[in-house]
Design a protein around this ligand. Structure first.
Ligand SMILES: [Zn+2]
Ligand SMILES: [Zn+2]
Length: 402
């Protein structure tokens, strides 16, 4: 099977002008990078990182075997997440290399282990960031597999979805609800009687919802963690793949709430307004009203200070990302207890996802229209998708289509 693998950590070059030699980082860029990541990064080989425009390599490898409780998914598409950039650049170090990245795969079940009862061959299935957990600890027993010490992540601890096939234990995979996928016969292409066109339409729909598997599911978890309620105000810092879906969820769940979006990217501001945001501005701006709840997905620290300043008394800020970058960490020295924390303001992080988050979100998505705005890339063009993600080209989600 074809797969795009990460063999070694490197710095992703946003454009060729950053090169002075094909393999060597531009001097200034390297300084910028180390300032950004700190010299004591968990990956101690960071000082030798090369600047590359092709961090992932296309390889041909055998289709993996399955265990008794596993399913083999023929991957049709896989969403691209900012976490992949963190993994490539060493802010999150994959426990083993090489690794196939990607934790938003969707596809068709083509083989099942002999104990599998949740899936049958031909089902549409997907996986999220959770690949496995121990199932025995206090957290797992409480349905908080996301906090398990043995939490393993898809495309990080084990191979993920930047490949034509992927194996996962049935308990951690999700069936894609029929309601999300099934085409109605009013589609332009479904006038033939052989059912083939319907099938194409269904596959198209499946590809389009790949971003549900992380942007959707983790976005849903972070929205839950804000303790949002109808009529409370919501602030979204950053408007990438996750927040463009969170805004759509919030419109349905909290119809009378005002939603404010903070991003400097003009394309993202336009998309936010089109999706129903009541106001857009950049992260330094003051929204028209105080925020009862806020979520920050930006890699910088400034947004934390600005969001805390804009919080209502007793408000909560949820950070939805695995790592912040260190480039503006000094900005935290502006933290003023009275202005930013006093009067019961709270900060909480979102860590990973649970099996229940996946189920709840997919059921919600089956009820309402949550439409990802996607840009498609071929598997062999995954590097381009990563570079476009880093440089902020195009709003919405990026999806690799096999
Ligand atoms: Zn993700
Ligand atoms: Zn556990």
């Amino acid at each position: 099977m074809k797969a795009m693998i990460l063999k070694e950590n490197c710095i992703v070059a946003e454009n060729p002008s950053q090169f002075c030699h094909p393999d060597q980082p531009h001097k200034n860029y390297k300084e910028y990078y180390y300032k950004k990541n700190g010299n004591n990064n968990t990956n101690n080989s960071n000082n030798n990182l090369k600047l590359k425009s092709d961090p992932l390599e296309l390889v041909e490898i055998p289709i993996p075997d399955i265990g008794f409780n596993d399913i083999l998914i023929k991957v049709l598409a896989c969403g691209v997440c900012r976490t992949e950039l963190d993994q490539i650049e060493g802010r999150i170090v994959p426990p083993k290399l090489p690794i196939i990245l990607g934790h938003q795969p969707v596809g068709i079940v083509i083989k099942i282990g002999k104990n599998v009862n949740k899936f049958k061959i031909g089902d549409f299935a997907g996986a999220t960031w959770i690949f496995s957990s121990c199932g025995k600890c206090q957290f797992c027993k409480a349905g908080l597999e996301n906090l398990c010490n043995e939490f393993k992540a898809t495309g990080c601890h084990e191979n993920g979805g930047y490949a034509e096939y992927m194996v996962i234990n049935q308990s951690f995979a999700h069936k894609i609800p029929k309601k999300i996928i099934n085409s109605k016969n009013n589609s332009k292409n479904s006038d033939k009687k052989d059912g083939k066109s319907d099938n194409h339409t269904n596959i198209d729909k499946l590809i389009n919802i790949a971003p549900y598997m992380c942007s959707g599911v983790v976005g849903y978890r972070s929205l839950k963690l804000t303790e949002m309620e109808n009529r409370k105000t919501l602030g979204l810092y950053g408007f990438g793949s996750a927040h463009h879906l969170v805004l759509q969820m919030a419109n349905y769940l909290y119809p009378d709430s005002k939603k404010f979006v903070f991003t400097r990217n003009k394309k993202e501001q336009e998309l936010a307004l089109r999706l129903g945001a009541n106001w857009v501005g950049n992260i330094k701006n003051k929204p028209p009203e105080k925020l009862d709840c806020a979520i920050d997905t930006t890699p910088v620290w400034k947004s934390v200070i600005f969001a805390l300043e804009n919080l209502q008394k007793g408000g909560r800020l949820v950070l939805n990302l695995i790592r912040k970058e260190n480039i503006d960490k000094d900005f935290l020295l502006n933290l003023n207890y009275e202005k930013h924390l006093w009067l019961e303001k709270e900060i909480k992080s979102t860590a990973n996802v649970t099996i229940k988050d996946g189920e709840e979100f997919l059921n919600l998505a089956a009820k309402i229209k949550i439409k990802p705005e996607i840009t498609k890339y071929k598997l062999e063009d995954a590097n381009k998708a990563i570079i476009d993600l880093k440089s902020g080209k195009s709003a919405g989600s990026k999806v690799i289509v096999m």
